[in-house]
Design a protein around this ligand. Structure first.
Ligand SMILES: [Zn+2]
Ligand SMILES: [Zn+2]
Length: 399
């Protein structure tokens, strides 16, 4: 049997186990940076398969390595994230979340179970490849500053530095069986913007005695859209959304302050820097011009994510061998953000998508919703596909 067929057969034979692991994780979700039980479980799974894990990296992260023949030749890294979201699950399934208000609504249970099976597969064929595969199970993808940044801080990309890293993410817009790739710019940077507009409250019938922060805030929100429509390069994707505004007055009460919160996204670091300066300047200037004040807090999120074109071409070719050319598709850019981007700033990286949609089974909800779910047939493909792409990448001449 060819190595490709062996890996396909292993992925298939592990598929029930992969699904069981996924369901266990799904039923026991933990929030970002609190993945204690998940980390223990992942480490236990690795140990049971004869793979010695390194625990405690990035607090609740787990790392492991599988060495093939000639392990020094090359090292590549594979990454999964383990955290869940503060969402109450609305799915009526036997493996429904047992932690109230916490749910694996972004598929990180899928990424973790898939990568565990990838490790089991590669461990079984380690006499058939040269080099080392490093496995990163990271915490906190969903929350600033991003578990990836802690993994890097704790040496996940050192001794030796991997020549490439790849990460897989579920994709509810892509039919199960399909795999999506994109070369170059793929996802956006994301920064949180908090504006506190301070005026002077009072009776709604006496605005002349007040400084109305509601009116000031309204002007600021409208004016800031101009940063996108008038200042941004129209050929560059960028977004500014304010999804939260709180001004606790009443029909006849002008409040003292209004709080606004939003997200700013971009795919160009220079523009990101200048836009954040403009946002702050404009918000403050408008408030001052109207007699009030505006405090601006910007919480820096993840940088943009760029998929290394050469690496992406190579792993895409491997995926075409694995699932057939007709099942590999091009992804469009996304203004979503991913902390995988931190790895991409250090080593050639590629982030690809695993199709998980199946409308015939009623599975179409987007990630971060209470009804998000996947077609678990994706877990027949995911582990073997990643194992095959890893082996092909180790075989490639580029180091
Ligand atoms: Zn997410
Ligand atoms: Zn995610």
């Amino acid at each position: 049997m060819s190595l490709l067929d062996t890996i396909k057969a292993l992925s298939e034979s592990y598929s029930q186990q992969t699904i069981d692991v996924r369901r266990h994780l799904h039923a026991n979700p933990e929030l970002s940076y609190q993945e204690h039980q998940t980390a223990l479980y992942v480490a236990g799974q690795l140990r049971e398969s004869g793979i010695e894990p390194t625990e405690g990296i990035a607090e609740t992260g787990v790392m492991a390595e599988i060495k093939g023949r000639n392990p020094e030749r090359k090292t590549i890294a594979l990454r999964a994230d383990m955290d869940a979201l503060p969402i109450e699950e609305a799915n009526d399934v036997e493996y429904k979340s047992r932690n109230p208000g916490v749910m694996h609504a972004c598929g990180h249970d899928v990424h973790t179970s898939s990568l565990l099976s990838t490790a089991k597969i590669l461990n079984q064929v380690k006499d058939h490849f040269e080099g080392t595969v490093r496995f990163l199970f990271q915490p906190g993808e969903e929350k600033n500053p991003g578990g990836a940044s802690y993994m890097i801080r704790d040496g996940a990309l050192e001794n030796p530095r991997p020549s490439a890293i790849m990460g897989q993410h579920v994709f509810p817009l892509l039919q199960v069986g399909k795999i999506g790739f994109r070369e170059g710019m793929y996802m956006a940077s994301a920064d949180e913007i908090y504006l506190k507009v301070i005026g002077k409250g009072g009776h709604g019938a006496a605005p002349d005695l007040c400084i109305d922060p509601i009116v000031i805030a309204s002007h600021i929100i409208i004016a800031l859209q101009q940063v996108i429509s008038r200042n941004a390069n129209p050929r560059q994707p960028t977004v500014l959304t304010f999804g939260n505004i709180v001004g606790l007055g009443a029909t006849n009460i002008i409040p003292n302050e209004v709080n606004i919160a939003g997200t700013f996204r971009a795919m160009n670091e220079e523009w990101r820097e200048s836009a954040l300066v403009k946002i702050e300047k404009m918000a403050k200037g408008i408030a001052e011009g109207m007699g009030g004040k505006c405090e601006v807090i910007i919480s820096r999120g993840y940088p943009y994510l760029e998929n290394n074109p050469e690496l992406t071409r190579r792993i895409r070719a491997a995926a075409e061998q694995y699932v057939g050319k007709e099942n590999v598709v091009d992804l469009d850019i996304s203004l979503g953000a991913e902390d995988f981007s931190y790895y991409s700033q250090i080593v050639p990286a590629s982030f690809y998508r695993l199709g998980t949609r199946n409308e015939a089974k009623g599975i179409s909800s987007y990630v971060h919703t209470p009804t998000f779910n996947i077609d678990e047939d994706a877990l027949r493909i995911g582990p073997g596909l990643m194992a095959w792409m890893a082996i092909k990448e180790l075989e490639s001449e580029i180091s």
